[in-house]
Design a binder for this molecule. Structure first.
Ligand code: ATP
Ligand code: MG
Ligand code: MG
Ligand code: MG
Length: 565
């Protein structure tokens, strides 16, 4: 492609309303343009990158024998009533009426449509297992569309649906899909974790995993163990901790929660004295979550009145001593805890403590604590306004090693649905014995457009995007310093033609622009290799530079071509 004619409107200025790095980069590098909140146009570079992501997804789906279909975005409300979701899906579902006043929904997901298809087309177990997929635009009227492609209202998703005759079959299909997801995200150069997730809204009976790209901007929290491969999203980890605590609590008779007058206890030292050496072990993490995002972690009480050590989220090693006011600043809103702090210990109890008879928690009230605290029973789901107190044991439920928290972007989700939709819509097949059984389903999503944003969150530097080769809109950027110089222009054209004939996707900057502008644009759009044709064009020497390399190298044209390949 010749840049002179390319629709690639780069911006020098950082658009002020774009908070996420990936969003800013996509706007600045001319990949996307907004049309409405959460609705974007893909410009040529953005479209090409999206196609690369689609191609990777498509290859891996085809490789495991999933069959590509294209299901309608416009779906009769009747179908959604059959599954029971029309009412419960809520305002996220985009609803519309046709000229005959018939109701429709624009598909946010396609369980209904695909289950109806299988119900109508498949009647024998011999046709199963079956997995179909599509890569298609989805519509969700998100409450807070934001961060560019990370949370759109119209976005590209790959969704796959599997149909098996029994749970063993689903288990096998799920495993194969799970592995395909690993290949997809690895090929995209993503730093990610597959985490155990909670069944939650989709409402299934079985196992589910989310694939989380690790990034500060992520709206999810990933809890990962340093000792084993346990990783879960926050909700699931929380549930596991409560469950374990509950199991502990059920073993003995649990005394009820008691408000405890503690006028004389002012410091951790006093508390330690009271409880013995166990005390410091009992002081656990209190994670404050605002709007689904962790904002601060109180680690433990300090020895001073009205002071706590605040561990800023992800500042894992650094403990800071802070007063209640700072806590308020860090969390961005008043929290109950930051009121009369009394003994500044937000929480002194956790699942380990549940094994001891005396669990103690701060009562957010001067001179009072709670005792006989059972997490799971007394505190697991405490809500205070917009804030949710999430208590986590800082130890893995599986191996007891320390847990680490990350922020993550959900780029993929695999889910054992079971028979929820097949039962509702009557998708049954005759088994070997002739008796009919509801088919067992799984569903598997990847946010293809979100994936691009997630990749850019991880792959950039001060100058701009650093595309992984697999997703780069073009592989090589040929940059004649002066296009009006004959030797430079000719050598650049030669390079351009030869690389293309060798299968390298090349972009030629044939604009009559100042070199500074060209170099800045090149760094901003971040193609993997840059070939600068300058003063030494007459000697057939060019400058070769990989996007991340600190320096360019002067190479003979032939050598430069070899290096690109
Ligand atoms: P989230 O928790 O971020 O709202 P979700 O759990 O509602 O996502 P799923 O129903 O699991 O999403 O859809 C499958 C995939 O589609 C998600 O894993 C995500 O990658 C992508 N996705 C979901 N909502 C959006 C959106 N609004 N914009 C872009 N991608 C999205
Ligand atoms: Mg959602
Ligand atoms: Mg989710
Ligand atoms: Mg999900």
């Amino acid at each position: 492609m010749r840049q002179q004619n390319l629709l690639m409107p780069t911006l020098r200025e950082v658009p002020s309303d774009a908070e996420a790095v990936s969003h800013r980069l996509m706007l600045r590098a001319g990949l996307i343009r907004p049309l409405a909140a959460g609705v974007y146009t893909y410009l040529p570079l953005g479209r090409r990158a999206l196609r690369k992501a689609e191609a990777i997804v498509r290859e891996e789906m085809d490789r495991i024998g999933a069959q590509e279909v294209l299901l309608p975005a416009m779906q009769p409300a009747e179908l959604w009533r059959e599954s029971g979701r029309y009412g419960v899906y809520g305002p996220e579902l985009v609803r519309l009426r046709d000229r005959h006043d018939r109701e429709f929904a624009l598909g946010p997901t396609h369980e209904e449509v695909v289950t109806a298809l299988v119900r109508d087309e498949i009647s024998s177990y011999r046709k199963l297992p079956l997995t179909v997929y599509q890569i298609q635009t989805k519509f969700r009227d998100e409450r807070r569309p934001r961060y560019g492609l990370l949370r759109g209202r119209e976005f590209l998703m790959k969704d796959a649906y599997s149909f098996d005759t029994d749970w063993e079959g689903l288990d096998a299909t799920y495993r194969v899909m799970y592995e395909a997801y690993h290949r997809i995200f690895t090929r995209c150069g993503l730093n990610y974790r597959a985490v155990e997730a909670d069944a939650g809204a989709i409402g299934g009976e079985g196992e589910t995993h989310e694939f989380m790209a690790l990034a500060e901007i992520g709206e999810d929290t990933v809890v990962a163990c340093s000792g084993c491969d346990y990783a879960a999203n926050l909700e699931k980890a929380e549930a596991a901790v409560s469950q374990q605590a509950q199991a502990g609590a059920d073993e003995g008779a649990a005394p009820p929660l008691e408000r405890w007058h503690t006028p004389d206890i002012r410091t951790i030292a006093q508390l330690t004295e009271l409880l013995g050496p166990e005390a410091s072990r009992l002081m656990k993490t209190l994670l404050y979550v605002a709007d689904g995002k962790p904002v601060a972690v109180m680690v433990r009480g300090a020895d001073e009145v009205n002071e706590v050590k605040v561990q800023r989220y992800l500042g894992a090693e650094q403990l800071e001593l802070a007063d209640a006011e700072t806590v308020q600043t860090v969390t961005g809103a008043p929290v109950g805890f930051a009121g009369p702090v009394g003994l500044s210990v937000p929480l002194l109890v956790d699942r380990e403590a549940a094994a001891l008879s005396e669990g103690i928690a701060g009562a957010n009230e001067r001179d009072y604590h709670y005792r006989h605290v059972r997490p799971g029973r007394d505190f697991a789901l405490a809500h205070t306004g917009d804030f949710r107190e999430v208590r986590l044991g800082d130890r893995c439920v599986r191996c007891g090693e320390p847990l680490t928290l990350y922020r993550g972007i959900e780029v993929g989700h695999v889910f054992k649905l079971g028979t929820k939709y097949s039962t509702a819509l009557g998708a049954r097949v005759a088994g070997v014995s002739g008796t009919e059984k509801d088919v067992i389903m799984g569903c598997y999503g990847i946010g293809v457009s979100r994936l691009l944003s997630a990749v850019l969150e991880q792959h950039h530097d001060e100058q701009g995007i650093v595309w992984p080769l697999s997703l780069a809109p073009y592989h090589a950027h040929i940059l004649p310093v002066s296009i009006t110089d004959n030797a430079q222009r000719e050598l650049a054209e030669e390079l351009y033609n030869r690389l293309q004939s060798l299968g390298v996707e090349a972009l030629l900057d044939d604009r009559e622009e100042r070199p500074g502008v060209k170099f800045k644009d090149a760094d901003l759009i971040g193609l993997p290799v840059r070939l600068v044709v300058g003063k030494r064009a007459g000697e057939r020497v060019v400058e070769y530079k990989e996007r991340q390399a600190p320096e360019a190298e002067s190479l003979a044209v032939e050598e430069a071509i070899r290096r690109v390949l």
